[in-house]
Design a protein around this ligand. Structure first.
Ligand code: FPP
Length: 250
């Protein structure tokens, strides 16, 4: 069978994308407020549009063969925003949990959540558990939403868990290592992100996956999250495939 170089090229690049060099993309979805402000709309309109983009990007990443997509939807520091904005974000989350995620479920996407659930309303936590259970057998991409998440808090609770194992005599202090520390994090059964993207032009990590992104390739784009597209995601994936990752070696 004749295979055109273009088709072959596409297949090769698809293999690169889905190969073991790219499994996990993490995104700091920033810029909803500025997107709304530019249009003289309330900030809530930016969050609403941002939530729609979550679905688009999840589907696009799934189609590209990405195995894990982790999105920073609400940080532990975001609780300090004005009450009406927090209420808007929690309202969007409720709506997502009730209906919008069912579309992703139909697409064989597994959904999970990381973060401090004890800070969330009981009905939201219940819906999270239900959705995680319902989608647990899906074999496609895992969409992981970081909600009420903060990396420093995550690291502190991991240290406390290890300290308690040592205190009980179940672990020796000298046996504490990177592997068993990682096993105490929310992300224990996920590979570390290969790519970290932050939208909106800000170039900082804002307490997101600080342990896990030790060797992630960082991409900062000026695009505001509500304008982020599947094409831009593809472009970043292509740039990633030409980066050399040395992990400290020569
Ligand atoms: C940062 O933009 C964005 C957030 C704090 C929330 C991100 C939330 C969404 C994309 C929608 C909700 C998602 C789900 C799954 C329900 P910003 O408000 O800090 O924007 P600004 O920096 O321009 O003010």
């Amino acid at each position: 069978m004749f295979v055109s170089p273009q088709v072959l090229g596409t297949e090769i690049s698809l293999l690169c994308m889905t190969g073991d060099n790219l499994e996990h993309i993490a995104i700091i979805m920033d810029g909803n407020g500025r997107w709304a402000q530019k249009r003289k709309l309330p900030r809530s309109a930016g969050h609403k549009k941002g939530a729609e983009v979550v679905k688009e990007i999840a589907k696009a990443a799934h189609e590209k063969g990405v195995k894990y997509l982790t999105l920073y939807a609400f940080s532990t520091e975001n609780w300090n925003r004005p009450k009406d904005e927090v209420d808007t974000l929690m309202g969007l989350l409720r709506q997502y949990l009730k209906s919008d995620f069912s579309e992703l479920h139909k697409n064989n996407i597994r959904i999970r959540f990381i973060g401090e659930r004890e800070c969330l309303d009981a009905d939201i936590v219940q819906s999270m558990h239900r959705l995680e259970k319902e989608t647990a057998q899906n074999t496609g991409m895992c969409l992981c939403l970081a909600i009420s998440y903060g990396a420093r808090g995550e690291i502190v609770q991991a240290a406390k868990k290890l300290a308690s194992l040592v205190k009980k005599g179940d672990l020796s202090e000298t046996d504490i290592d990177i592997q068993n520390f990682s096993a105490m994090l929310y992300t224990k059964d996920m590979p570390d992100p290969d790519i970290l993207i932050r939208t909106s032009g800000e170039e900082r990590l804002s307490n997101f996956l600080l342990w896990q992104i030790a060797y992630a390739e960082l991409f900062f784009t000026k695009t505001l999250w509500p304008d982020f597209s599947a094409d831009e995601l593809s472009d970043i994936i292509n740039q990633f495939s030409s980066r050399e990752r040395r992990y400290g070696k020569v």
